[in-house]
Design a protein around this ligand. Structure first.
Ligand SMILES: CSC[C@H]1O[C@H](OP(=O)(O)O)[C@H](O)[C@@H]1O
Length: 368
């Protein structure tokens, strides 16, 4: 996507052909900083500390992390060790496991002399495929938006609520939940986005607002608990969120608070769509609440909030008493029954085993 007229992806190879550039998302929106990764440990840290985040981008960063690690040591022992270290960075987004498995399937049968070049080719392919997938999600999501816009009598603006950041910063480009919004904006539909700030790391305030602003999309930041009120008063025409892992039965794991938004949407008959790239589907499980590991992150993220003060200095301040403790659950699971539809690169699927199996030619999976 464009930043002040310059096109960027969220991750890209340097001119040296081997080191990897990322946008350090922990510094946005107040500072745009490009971080250069030269080792697998730096890639692992970037994922764990959320310099990069978002399921597809986590997968892409892990794939390039393998490339960087193989440059240092292409032997089996080192390779298996780096794969374990990358997998251990964050437990919920399935793209991380998928990307590492793809690299293992590719690399292990190869002689050491061929591993580095093959890994870079695969990592580049993963990134390019992600961009194509997300653009296609945007096209199919545009159809959903156009239908709701039509039904509304094309009386603007079309109010869309989103949670966290599932924009181009969460992927290599285009984004998932925001891709249909960008396409609708570019098609001249007057979209307005309610942006959940998304405590505790405020990906909505820091990242989604920044992205939408750079693309000229009208938006309003809201605190996380406002969404239900807006829906009760007819101020939300549809919700679109991302997902970090969706089960074969259509249960959706996404940033903490998504489930509550889906409940409010159901109660107010507001369409609740999830933008879902194929690599984010976990075909090995059906029950998301039971089987998806929910990341519990350091309480520091809850206890402190980051911002820029009136002197223009970026710092963080503690928001609770020293003697109080906090809990930091990073994701929750929205059962398929609360999801209106899954917007994928192949089309819009019902949030069901049958819906996904049909769309992904896996009809041998019988609805359980
Ligand atoms: C397209 S994946 C976006 C997804 O990832 C976010 O989680 P995190 O920022 O912790 O990586 C959030 O769940 C978004 O919906």
């Amino acid at each position: 996507m464009k930043i002040d007229g310059t096109s960027y992806r969220s991750i890209w190879l340097n001119d040296d052909g081997w080191s990897v550039n990322i946008i350090d998302q922990t510094r946005l929106p107040h500072e745009f900083h490009v971080e250069r990764l030269t080792t697998v440990d730096q890639a692992a840290h970037a994922i764990k500390a959320m310099l990069v985040r978002g399921a597809p981008l986590i997968g892409a960063t892990a794939a390039y992390g393998v490339c960087l690690g193989l440059r240092a040591d292409a032997g089996d022992v080192a390779f298996n060790k780096m794969c374990e270290a990358l997998i251990a960075t964050r437990p919920t987004a399935v793209n991380l496991r998928w990307a590492i498995r793809a690299m293992q399937d590719l690399i292990l049968p190869l002689p050491e002399s061929e591993r580095v070049s093959a890994a870079y080719e695969k990592a580049t392919q993963i990134c390019d495929e992600d961009v194509a997938i997300n653009s296609a999600i945007g096209d199919h999501g545009l159809g959903v938006i156009e239908a709701i816009w039509e039904k509304k009598g094309k009386v603007g603006p079309l109010n869309i609520l989103t949670h966290c950041n599932a924009g181009w910063l969460a992927t290599v480009d285009w984004g998932t939940a925001l891709s249909p919004i960008y396409k609708a904006h570019d098609a001249g539909i007057p979209v307005h986005v309610w942006v959940d700030e998304t405590r505790p790391r405020n990906q909505g305030a820091h990242l989604t607002c920044w992205e939408l602003g750079k693309h000229g999309v009208e938006h309003t930041l809201i605190v996380d608990n406002v969404g239900g009120h807006l829906m009760q008063h007819g101020q939300v025409d549809l919700c679109i969120t991302g997902t970090d892992r969706t089960t074969a039965a259509g249960d959706v794991c996404n940033k903490i608070g998504t489930y509550l938004k889906a409940l409010a949407a159901k109660d107010n008959n507001v369409p609740f769509y999830v933008a879902l790239p194929g690599p984010t589907i976990d075909w090995e499980i059906d029950d998301g609440v039971k089987d998806i590991p929910i990341e519990i992150r350091d309480s520091h993220e809850v206890d402190y909030i980051q911002g820029k003060d009136s002197a223009g200095q970026v710092s963080e301040v503690r928001i609770l008493p020293e003697e109080s403790s906090s809990a930091n659950y990073a994701f929750d699971v929205t059962p398929a029954c609360l999801v209106t539809g899954l917007i994928t690169e192949r089309g819009v699927a019902d949030a069901s085993k049958e819906g996904l199996a049909r769309l992904y030619d896996r009809l041998e999976y019988k609805a359980s």
